[in-house]
Design a protein. Sequence first.
Length: 132
Amino acid sequence: MPWTRTIRTTPSRAPCYAARNHSAILYVTSQILCEFYSIVTNPRRVPKPRSPAEAITAISGMLAFLRVLPIPARSVTVLLELLQRQPVTGGDVFDLQIVASMRSNDVQRIYTFNAGDFKTFPELTVVVPGAS
């Protein structure tokens, strides 16, 4: 299913505005920024893909108000623990990598449109932007 501007960005604007106004702190991982780049430059995922230069400019703009979580070496150990707890296959490992990065940095809340991907982690508070 193509990622569309109206579905994906409109509800997520409120947390971003809060971060821009310094009333909230939002974190991302380098993996999430790579996923963003991959999606917005992919003509199979978006109707009007951005050029690499446009995607870089967009990421640079987001870094003005988003903080990038470091990925400490212990994240690998946490990832292996998560894989033992919830063995996954294929690309599903990337969600576990996000959780490992969060846990390694004591972050407990995630804003995502993919709440189902994180429902098996009771230690997390999952927030779907725009949901009541």
